[in-house]
Design a protein around this ligand. Structure first.
Ligand code: F6P
Length: 327
């Protein structure tokens, strides 16, 4: 395989996700294994603009596979949204002799990568690093499994108090406008329902739930809610219950950023390790502007344009599993 790539830069961008460190480790080691130098870019695109960059050796990524967060740090960088910011970022790449980038991040980060790659003809490969699982073309994203487990463990604890007081709980989880975290954590924790943006657009899930008598003989109810203007979020739903259905003793729990932390699960470590190696393979094969995905347990390459623009549909089968298993 002939390649002109002598040095790559690796960065993490957007919200951190468990498994990002495993991905950095794998990208670094795969590059060095193939005779390519690696530079770690700190604080995402911000560091590419300000030049916060260090040469990485194999031991720069020792002992990090089990750590949450990202050793490269991360940021949401407004300057990179401007043509001036991206020009400075390109000049940094030239100065540092970085021939290609591996960008680990979510939807916003890969959108930035796509614009930058087209503007300056830079080879970029993306890894889907986000707990939201909202990228098209990959069955799962790095960090999603760990976040799901963290949510499940939290919901198990909330169930104890919900049952003791016979209360209705709305538990808000992350995901932006994507309902996968709420839906799958509802299934995994035996919750009564999930209120997710994909369905809220079409119907009023709250009144449907309550009017169908979803509590029946149960002495507590847990409802997972995706943070989103479309669902209204847990607080708004609870307010509605207080006025429209005052017979319920309702409480809210917003899980917040604890969902992003913690040591990555085995599944996320393995996924990140596979995807990191695939990213270097893709660059060596002269692939550019693609995101590495996993589909039916095989590595796939998804053009950025498809990964970021296409709506990810929610699975009808999962919706049915929740509906039937919570009767
Ligand atoms: O994209 C990951 C995510 O955790 C979303 O689920 C959430 O909406 C957002 O990031 C929160 O971002 P921040 O940490 O910048 O507030």
């Amino acid at each position: 395989m002939a390649s002109n790539i002598k040095c790559i830069g690796v960065l993490t961008s957007g919200g951190d996700a468990p498994g990002m460190n495993a991905a950095i480790r794998s990208v670094t080691r795969a590059a060095i294994f193939n005779g390519i130098r690696v530079k770690g870019i700190f604080k995402g695109y911000k560091g590419l603009i300000s030049g916060e960059i260090s040469e990485f050796k194999t031991n720069s990524v020792s002992n990090i596979i089990q750590q949450g967060g990202t050793i490269l740090k991360t940021a949401r960088c407004a300057e990179f949204l401007t043509p001036e910011g991206r020009k400075i970022a390109f000049e940094t790449m030239q100065r540092e002799e970085i021939d290609a980038l591996v960008v680990i991040g979510g939807d916003g980060s890969l959108t930035g990568a796509n614009i930058f790659a087209n503007e300056f003809d830079v080879p970029i490969v993306g890894l889907p690093g986000t707990i939201d699982n909202d990228l098209y073309g990959t069955d799962v994203t790095i960090g999603y499994d760990t976040a799901l487990n963290t949510i499940m463990q939290s919901v198990d604890k909330i169930r104890d108090t919900a049952t003791s007081h016979e209360r209705l709980f709305f538990i808000e989880v992350m995901g932006r406008n994507c309902g996968y975290l709420a839906l799958n954590s509802a299934i995994a924790s035996g919750a009564e329902a999930a209120i997710i943006p994909e369905i809220s657009i079409e119907k009023d899930q709250l009144s449907e739930l309550i009017e169908q008598g979803f509590r029946k003989s149960k002495n507590s109810s847990l409802v997972l809610v995706t943070e989103s203007e479309i669902t209204g979020g847990a607080l708004k739903l609870a307010e509605r219950v207080k006025t429209e259905y005052p017979q319920y003793d309702v409480r809210v729990s917003i899980l917040g950023h604890l969902q992003r932390g913690g040591s990555p699960s085995a599944q996320d470590r393995i996924l990140a390790s596979r995807m990191g190696i695939a990213a270097i393979r893709a660059l060596l094969e002269d692939q550019r502007n693609v995101m590495i995905g996993i589909h039916e347990n095989e590595i796939v390459y998804i053009p950025f344009k498809r990964a970021i623009k296409k709506e990810r549909e929610i699975s009808d089968e999962l919706l049915e599993v929740l509906r039937i298993s919570s009767i």
